[in-house]
Ligand binder design. Sequence first.
Ligand SMILES: O=P(O)(O)OC[C@H]1O[C@@H](O)[C@H](O)[C@@H](O)[C@@H]1O
Length: 306
Amino acid sequence: MPLNIFQDLDGLPRIILTEPTGSSAEVLLYGGQIVSWKNEQKQELLFKSSKANWKQPKAIRGGISVCFPQFGNMGSLDQQGFTRNRLWSLDRDPSSLPPPDNHSSVDLIFKSTREDLKIWPRSFELRLRITLSAGKLVLIPRVRNTDNKPLSFTLALCNYLIVSDISEVRIEGLETLDYLDNLVKRSRFTEQADAITFDGEVDRVYLRTPSKIAIIDHEKKRTYELKKNGMADAVVWNPWERKAKAMSDMGGEDYQSMISLSSAVIENPVTLKPGEEWKGRQELSTVSSSYCSGQLDPRKVIYGFQ
Ligand SMILES: O=P(O)(O)OC[C@H]1O[C@@H](O)[C@H](O)[C@@H](O)[C@@H]1O
C-alpha cells in the first residue's frame, strides 16, 4: 500500500507512519524532520515548542532534525547547516538498503538545488530512512559524495525528547568523557559527575561516547535509550530559562519539559572520496522503569547487565 502524504493546514506535506502495536510517527518532507513519535499508549515522546513556528523556511523547534553539512556554528554556513530548512523528496531508489515496509518506514532524499550550490558548492545526496517498530524509532542517515572532489562534513541528528521535569532527569553513559563546552568557547573539559543532571543551561559536545546512552526520567518512570553507530559524538543541550525566553520560537517555560540529546559526528568530520557513501544509525527506544530509591540499576540500561 502506498504511503499516505497529507498536506495539513500549515501547507506542510507530512507522512504518517504506523505500526501494529499502535505507535505512530509523523515526518515532514520539509527538512526531513520528524515532528511526532507516539508510543502504544498514544503518548507523545518528541518535544515541540509551544511557540514552534510552522512557517517555512525555518525548521520547527522540536522533533528530530538533521543538521548537515555543518553542526552548530562550526563553519561558514548558517547555524546547523541548510538541509533542515529545505524541502526533501521521497527516495524511490534507496538502493543498498533492503526495501522499506510502506506502513512503518519511509526513505527521504535531499539534493542541492542550483541556489544551494551557491551557498555550498558541493554535490551530494543526503538520505534518511525512518523506521518505526514496537517501542523503537530507527533513523539511518546516509551521505554520498556525487562530486569529483573530496567532501567533508559534520552532522547531527538533533533529538528533542519530552521529559517530566528537566531538574529530575539524569543522563547516564557520558561520565568520565571529554566534552567541548559550547558555553565556554568550545573549551575541552572532562566530565567529573557520575551522571549528567541539570540545574542551568547546558550545551556540550561529548566526544567519542559509548554507543548507548540513557536518559532516566524518574517522575515519568521512563528511560529513553539512544543507541548509535557511525556517529562518535553526542550533544546535550538545554537552554534553561533565560535563553529560552530570548528565543522567538521557544516558550519561556518549555525548557522544563525537554532535553535535547543528539547523535553527532563533530570532532572528526567525515571525509568522502568521490563516489563514496557514509552511513550512520540511531535507534531511540523507551524502557518503562519503576524507579524507586535505587530499584533501577542504570548500568542495566546502559550495559544490558541482567
Ligand atoms: O537554534 P538551533 O540552531 O536549532 O540550535 C539549538 C541548539 O542546538 C544544540 O544542538 C546546539 O548545541 C546549541 O548550541 C544550539 O543552540
